[in-house]
Design a protein around this ligand. Sequence first.
Ligand code: ARG
Ligand code: ZN
Length: 872
Amino acid sequence: MTSLQPVRLRDYTPPTHLVDALELTFDLGDAYTEVRSRFRVRANVPPGEDPQPLRLHGRHLELQSLHVDGAPVSGDAYLEDPEGLTLLALPAEATIEIVTVIHPQENTALDGLYRSGGLFCTQCEPEGFRRITYFPDRPDVMTTYTVTLIADPEPYPVLLANGNRVDHGERADGRHWATWHDPHPKPTYLFALVAGDLHLHEERYTTRSGRDIQLHLYVEHANAGKTAHAMRSLRKAMAWDEDTYGLEYDLDTYMIVAVDDFNMGAMENKGLNIFNTVCVLADETISTDGDFETVEAVVAHEYFHNWTGNRVTCRDWFQLSLKEGLTVFREQQFCADMGSPAVKRIQDTRLLRSIQFPEDDGPMAHPVRPESYLEISNFYTATVYDKGAEVIRMYHTLLGEDGFRRGMDLYFQRHDGQAVTCEDFLAAMADANHVDLDQFSRWYTQAGTPVVQAGGRYDASTRRYHLQLSQHTPARPGQTHALPLHLPVRLGLLTGDGQPLPLRLPGETGQAPLERVVALRDASMELVFEDIPEAPVPSLLRDFSAPAVLDYAHSEDELLTLLAHDTDPVNRWDAGQRLLLNTLLASVESGQPPELSEPLREAVHHVLSGWRTDPAFVAEVLTLPSEDYIAEQQVVADIDGIHTAREALRNRFGSSFADAWRTIHDQCDPHAPGVNGASARRLRNLALSYLGAAGPQGAELAMRQYHAATHMSDRLAALEVLIEHGGSTADRLVAAFHDQWRHEPLVINKWLRLQATATGRNALERVRALTAHPGFDIRNPNRVRALLGAFSQSNPVGFHRTDGAGYRLLADYVVELNAMNPQMAARLVLPLTRWRRLDPRRAGHMFEQLERIGNTPKLSKDLQEVITKSLA
Ligand code: ARG
Ligand code: ZN
């Protein structure tokens, strides 16, 4: 590997030039596309000073011509290198005209302008625009766009770009064209175009102030019937942002286009979102309840970006969390309001602990605002997105609902139309509330998961309870000594039989609250609560009030009290998870089957008996911690021991509570009046899964459910149980399932995933065989994620085979994708980077594959960065 220079935050300098307006013309052809660009630049220097050279980024472009102020530019007036052009002697103001030729048909990286099926489409965030034409491809250069598309009308009747269509027509040669103008200045990463033959689902929406907006959802004709849910979600998101933040949409048309080849979930291009089909299409025959939730969340997320991302954007890519953390937080608030706040918060907490904490603990650890990168695409991470959202949530927790809204209002008032930094956001929050948030800024600069240690002491003679809280963040690469964070701890105290206690601090009179948010700012602090009648059970970090690990030695009795009585649903769930985790870890360590203590058995019965009140919550509480999460609790993960223990506990759960599960499977009716169907299916299918784990009767039940199913959630849950039981019946069903759905790519993703995650001795052979199946396509990211991503991330026993064959298989595809789609390759490789957490034999095999990938000729920057960090 050659050593490349990282880009560093501290080297940021403002743009040398500003761009006033940009005109782009795309002549979209079957062999190549010609891109004409014309823009006016102004030197960004104080009057009288000499303008600096102008850097135009460009990659894989064929430069046809370059003119400044109408005259061709001679070869000594610019420098050309593989990453762009530098124009040396420009006047203070100039008009630049550039013609490039590109080959979207050959663009397998899905970055810039590319083909997906019969469509032309774009993905420009973060740095795809430079694969379209030469331009200052940086988010702090914002300009207005006028874009003309020219194409054959028959394959490409629909021609779209950002903003409003201002003109269109036909040419003498039979090709047609359309011109679009976007009045809002924007950075390159928000540019988009689409050309193709698409079905349009059209609706109208009236904003609170009475503006009439066209909502246009474009999909391939075969998917015409699957847009209703996305459209409904969009309307809900628009209304919610008006109600919650007073924010309205600002163009006359809002467009969403679905494409099947997409590296990520979706993209918030101004007025023209482009979505992975996975995040738009939904109907009951092909989608699970989880898919419906994903669509609603992602549609809302991209819509919310219009203000948090587009109207106010990022100065540079180190600020990515400025828009992503904030938008994920807004998405979380929205989903909580649309469904169950408790279940949503539990899911967020689970995600942070199972994905972000490990990332923070691994070789790719970075702060919410990274300090350097080789390839920014590697930083679209759980840390930037999800820990970033937790950071925003902490402002909300510390400042309160109204204080947070004041901060948001000031942020928009100050920065609408600007490209800004995380400090600007923090300053708006601080200034709007007249508080000092200097220490809070460490959340942006320090990597690693803080540990909050708690210890309590009850003094019966004074009736006082002393609670010690302390914090530390373990050392991370490049960060030996972390400073104390400004960390909100939401807490309550319960009596032994579960009554909430008033939290009276010394000297306080009047009614004391039952819950407090305490700001832990020093390395440690002591809180004293008065008039406490007995040694209380503390409920700490309620609602997961900070992205931290809580270290408090709760006894089993205390956890049982919290599980049964805590008023905070997240901590009720968490107490249940800790009880199960302790049971599982004890079994892994002893090698003995897991023991369900009598009190725990009773507690589970008690939870089960309340299933009618909130089925989804009951399902969350009774879902066992994942194998990965159990492994995270160990210094060296015992892959096989964990699998054995967890499977044994599933079996125990199934048999010990069989009557309750059967009752639920029988009576938990998703169609009953007043019942949330998704929530009911969730619990009912958990019941089925436990009954399946307990024995053949469960499999019979699954068979009946499979054949009666009208909803994909039910069909898939049943098939999963049947695959677990294996045998020729399962093989037959898997084949039949494929034949039934071979024309639905989204279902084929599920079919691949089911088999990739199925355990059993031949998992690897099965996955390898599937890579040759016509349903698999290495060039399609959804298929790669469904088969190879799922196998390496959700099939621990199969992937971590002791002979290293799982690692070799993954590495083979990482090497293949290196040349084809570097972004995908750099994501796929991640499971191999955690070799330090495994036993020497497995670690050695992983290390070997990392080295092998590192020695691949022409290794992409994306992979170089990940490989170098993981081998260091
Ligand atoms: N901004 C998009 C979002 O809504 C993600 C785009 C990421 N693209 C990429 N190539 N990494 O979160
Ligand atoms: Zn986003």
